[in-house]
Write a protein that binds this ligand. Sequence first.
Ligand code: SF4
Length: 451
Amino acid sequence: MDTARDLVIEERKDSISTKGKHKKQLKCDTDSVAGCVSQRACVYCGARVVLNPITDAIHLVHGPIGCASYTWDIRGSLSSGSDLYRNSFSTDLKEEDVIFGGEKKLAKAIDELVANYPSKLVFVYSTCIVGVIGDDLEAVCKAASQRHNIEVIPVQSSGFIGNKSAGYRAACDALLRLIEPQEQKIKKTNSINYLGDFNLAAEAWIIQNYLKEMGIDINVTFTGDSSYDALKKAPGASLNIIQCAGSMTYLAGKMKEIYNIPYLNISFLGIEDTSESLRKVAAFFNNKEMMARTEALIERQTQKVLPVIEAYREKFAGKKAAVYVGGGFKAISLIKQFREIGIEVVMIGTQTGQKDEYETIHELVDEGTVVLDDANPAELEKFMVEKGAHLLVGGVKERPLAYKLGVAFIDHNHDRKHPLGGYVGAVNFAKEVYSTLCSPVWKYVDSMGGV
Ligand code: SF4
């Protein structure tokens, strides 16, 4: 062991494993280490990912201006209605506020925003510094709610309270306050809530069309293209389906407890998982005609996209991929999706993967594949080089790392502008892999060593 990097990796060896003869239990869901040693997003970012797609809400960040930079312009969530969510409002806390407290500034900011942007709903996000100075968000929001007769909901997403998953829970708690009904609503037949799709590049609309063809209506999507009024009707669905399990399993569990709505985990990434998920949803309703419509849809869509996928597959012979994404469900689907296009996954990690998801990942990957939780840049670099990856799939933070190593990159996060969900997404994925992996630019780059 001779470098600082090796020392860091040695310290975190419980969170890294290589698939081999001896199965190792991976340590996961630990608190993020303070400072920029992790690739994970912070607690506040986790909460913002989940709530920001609510289109007609005022999203107010209570913190220094830097936190508000995590905003719509790096996000691909689309709206069919209001555009209010595309503004990123901030209280812009300064030194004086840190010393004397920021509650008055926050109350004033809410008053100003409500006067200028009519809305029935305000989310106030707590950030690291608010957790340190101890502003009482609950009290300020309650008073503002009474003053304006609208819902002003605090999102308890201060830094230092855990990891990105804690932010997901804070967002789900805020949603539960919003959807709590005064009385139990009557269930609608064939109506579902779609959880964990943020309508990136219209993905929720693509899935909505598949379900419609099967004879199922989406009651409300959490939270892609959703609105205050739509979310209020959430208890009226007869089933919750969860795409992003990391962010929404907690909410689905609570909705089962409170409203008795069952839930299913699904994934609309890749041909295999999309088809399986549609079948799973149809099976829940146990309706022969719906099942027949579903099979017809799967057959038609698969026949349409398979030849395109096959053509790309030939071009990817011998290529290897590294994956570092947010949730475990996405990582699992990506292993299968890479298999569909003939690429081997040699390194795979997540920010918020859970024990059972890592077990599935371990079963799916080939011998020798490195599996790691909450990685830092040094670890990603070491294992990509060691395993000879030609491509990295990640988010905005991983892009520079891939390019510095001279390998191809695919953005699979919230800032992308093209859909990767459903059958059309499977084709887009293969196309994107081709355009980055087979780009002529790599001829001029010293792979794994820089330009
Ligand atoms: S909440 Fe904390 S970690 Fe997150 S962006 Fe703001 S300062 Fe950074």
